[in-house]
Design a protein around this ligand. Structure first.
Ligand code: S3P
Length: 441
């Protein structure tokens, strides 16, 4: 079976309404929290992608049953640490940093040793960021240079910790919060801003968690060992998946798109702020609040004269997974766009900052880089006609999506390898693209 796609024409003008896949961060969190609730939770509109299916397989290995009925998932929880599992089990987190790092937080009381593994990309990523705080709780961890595979064995006598999370990583913050659920006393976390779905979900579950906003950080205090009841949750659309369609529309001619029911939580909406600063005029319609999360329909129109941005690094965490596609807009905008402190991009599914520089250079855009800062010299007249092949990107889903959008908006003849990368977060990606009018072989 061929594992690549070919794109050799730009997309024609379109006016469409679409729905993108469900939010990956919220899907994984809803499964993990349902595994700790008392009773059967019902999760609807769950993202059915590999990362999320690996979360379901993981809780199943830990003795939590689930079934799918009528499009919803029913997960049977037995309360905090209500796991029941065999000796020497291995949990495979696949490609998912979120699953791997968050589930470690739930294993702090595991009586038997558990091995955590992942795919080639995940096995290259840093786990010292979660190993350090987990050891402070009293957990025993063995690893190969602070990377996967990791062996964890929990402790019955955990102690609450005080911790400064200064990377701005929601995965680290959430790992600590989940560990705190199983730990007596108050765990206190001073955390740099990052996506806050774990906190919002625990608040919705009436869990005793307190959040005090400070200037650049949040003080989060979690009181451990409080049980919570099973719940119902309908997962909204993922802004990270929507971002590729937002940019497809923006950079196409004479087109419009309405993307229905997307989570636009302030800790995630950096892309809209940044693109609007560049002249995009993206509108949010039918705004509503759902269990603490903000949801809206995103309306976007094509725009010819976009201009460069001097992007404040304060927006980095709220757009961390979207910079690849934001850079494509910068490539088509007038002037020099500046982005700073994006080192975290190199800690993702692939070294995204390095690959972004390579990608932009490949399509003829000048980029200068100083450590983790980059300047992109935009060219509003950029159109392509050469042949391009995209390969060796560690099957990073977002590099695949970026390449498709570049091909469909800039022209040229593209061979894009490893199409199965879409299954990580957005299995419907190519189908939706075709419905919008893309010609893909
Ligand atoms: C995620 C947090 C972010 C993000 C990732 C999903 C989450 O990672 O890049 O795709 O669901 O918590 P970091 O926490 O490492 O910044």
């Amino acid at each position: 079976m061929s594992n690549h796609i070919l794109i050799s024409s730009k997309i024609k003008s379109f006016k469409k309404q679409i729905k993108v896949s469900s939010d990956k961060s919220i899907s994984i969190r809803s499964i993990l929290l349902a595994s700790q609730a008392v009773g059967t939770s019902k999760i609807s509109n769950l993202l059915e992608s590999e990362d999320v299916m690996n979360a379901l397989k993981a809780i199943k290995k830990l003795g939590i049953n689930y079934k799918k009925k009528g499009g919803s998932y029913y997960i049977d929880g037995y309360g905090l640490n209500g796991f029941n599992f065999n000796k020497n089990i291995t949990i495979d987190a696949g490609n998912s940093g979120t699953l791997a790092r968050l589930i470690l937080g739930l294993l702090v009381k595991a009586k038997k040793k558990i091995k955590l593994i992942g795919d080639k990309s995940l096995s290259k990523r840093d786990f010292s960021r979660v190993i350090k705080p987990l050891q402070l709780f009293g957990v025993k961890i063995k690893s190969r240079q602070k990377r996967l595979p990791i062996e964890i064995i929990g402790n019955d006598f955990l102690r609450p910790i005080k911790y400064n999370e200064n990377i701005g990583s929601a995965q680290v913050k959430s790992c600590i919060i989940l560990a705190a659920l199983n730990t007596p006393g108050n765990t206190i976390l001073n955390s740099k801003h990052s996506r806050n779905h774990t906190e919002l979900m625990l608040k919705f579950l009436k869990y005793p968690i307190k959040i005090q906003k400070k200037k650049n950080t949040e003080k989060i205090s979690v009181s451990g060992l409080s049980q919570f009841k099973a719940f119902k949750y309908i997962v909204p659309g993922d802004i990270s998946s929507a971002s590729f369609f937002i940019v497809l529309t923006l950079l196409s001619e004479n087109s419009e798109m309405l993307i229905k029911n997307v989570n636009i939580n302030k800790s995630r909406n950096g892309i809209i702020k940044i693109l609007n600063k560049m002249g995009a005029n993206i509108k949010l319609k039918n705004k509503k609040i759902y269990n603490g999360e903000e949801i809206a329909d995103i309306f976007v129109k094509s725009k010819n004269n976009l201009y460069s941005v001097n992007c404040s690094s304060k927006l980095n965490s709220s757009a961390i997974d979207e910079f690849l596609i934001i850079f494509l807009v910068a490539a088509k905008s007038k002037g020099i766009s500046k982005f700073k402190n994006l080192g975290e991009m190199n800690k993702k599914e692939s070294k995204r900052l390095d690959l972004a520089v390579k990608f932009l250079t490949l399509i003829g855009i000048k980029v200068t880089r100083l450590n983790d800062d980059i300047n992109i010299y935009g060219n509003p007249n950029l159109t392509l006609s050469d042949n391009f092949e995209i390969k060796n990107f560690l099957k990073d889903h977002r590099i695949f999506f970026l390449s498709c959008i570049a091909a469909l908006t800039l022209g040229g003849k593209w061979k894009i390898n490893d199409k199965e990368a879409i299954n990580t977060s957005f299995p419907e990606f190519l189908k939706i693209l075709k419905n919008v009018g893309a010609k893909i072989n």
